[in-house]
Every structure is written in structure tokens, then in C-alpha cells.
Write a protein of this length. Structure first.
Length: 181
């Protein structure tokens, strides 16, 4: 029997949905009219009638308040502005990724220079860098030397950085995480 492939629905990041018109059930409500003037506490039927007379929608803008705050406005325009604001706040968030640089105990000086330039490039772009030293076989007997090598490598970096995690042991060797200042 053949299994069917089901596509998972995409996760869409939308602004929170507000209740409008007939979806509002709280009675009484605090009303703000279409001119942004405070009307006061009114019954729900009066608020709906006032919104309908102006040709706009009654939108519950603060549902957790006691009583809830409702505003008379164009619901479509309100939703558009909420989504636009949400997109702008998402775009303003800076994502920091962690890049990795792996060295060995017997890595040559030219290779260390290359790894140093690579780490400096990552730091200058604003990324965190995870520096690992990998120990293989009999190298595991020289853990003190490996710790010294990783500290020496960090001292050669010319771009200022701060250490987020100190040099610590993991099963294959040692690692540390640095971030730009």
C-alpha cells in the first residue's frame, strides 16, 4: 500500500486577530469613536448602531480590559496596518548565527593564519564564533597542550571580542564561544 505525502501547512506570522462587529460579546464596552474621542461606557447595541451609522466597523482593541475597549474604525485598514507593523518589527530583529572554526593540535601555522582570518571575518560580520580544537587518538593524552593552543589562537585574533563561554572540555576536545564587542 502506497503512503501519501502530506504537506505540512506553512507557519505564517500574522498580527493577532481582533474581534469585530458581531464577534464582540462583552456588554457594556468602553467606546472610542471614529475621531479618536472618548465616548465612555456604553451598551454593545448602542456602540454597534453608532458604528453602523458612520459606515465603519466596531473593533475590540483591548479585550482584556474591564470593560473591554472598542473603537470605531475601518477594520480592513486596521488589519493592514497591524500586519505592516508586525512585518517591520520582524525585519528589525537581528539574527545572530554561530559560525564554527575547527583546529587541530598539529595544525600548521599557515592553516592557523587562514582560520584566524576566517574567525575575524565572522566576527566583523557580527556573528558569534565557536572555536573548537579536536583531539584524535593519542592526542587526548595532551589536554593541557590543547587548552594552551586554543588560548593562544584566541590571543592572535586582532578584532576585539568577548568570551561568551570559557574554554571547556567536550568529548572530542575543547571548545569556546566568542562574540564581537
Amino acid at each position: 500500500m502506497r503512503r501519501r505525502f502530506r504537506r505540512k501547512p506553512k507557519k505564517t506570522s500574522k498580527a493577532p486577530q481582533m474581534r469585530a462587529n458581531e464577534r464582540i460579546f462583552a456588554d457594556p464596552v468602553i467606546l472610542i469613536d471614529h475621531n479618536n474621542e472618548y465616548v465612555g461606557e456604553t451598551s454593545l447595541t448602542e456602540a454597534r448602531a453608532l458604528a453602523e451609522s458612520v459606515g465603519l466597523d466596531l473593533v475590540e482593541v483591548s479585550p482584556k480590559a474591564q470593560p473591554p475597549v472598542c473603537k470605531i474604525l475601518d477594520y480592513g485598514k486596521f488589519q493592514y496596518m497591524q500586519q505592516k507593523q508586525h512585518r517591520q518589527s520582524q525585519a528589525a530583529q537581528k539574527t545572530v548565527s554561530t559560525k564554527g572554526v575547527r583546529i587541530g593540535l598539529r595544525t600548521d601555522t599557515h592553516d592557523l593564519d587562514f582560520k584566524k582570518r576566517q574567525a575575524e571575518k565572522f566576527l566583523s560580520k557580527g556573528n558569534k564564533v565557536k572555536v573548537e580544537i579536536v583531539l584524535r587518538g593519542r592526542e587526548k593524552a595532551h589536554q593541557g597542550l590543547a587548552r594552551e593552543n586554543i588560548i593562544e589562537f584566541l590571543n592572535t585574533l586582532e578584532i576585539p571580542f568577548r568570551t561568551e563561554e570559557e574554554v571547556k572540555k567536550f568529548p572530542g576536545g575543547f571548545n569556546t564561544i566568542i562574540a564581537p564587542e
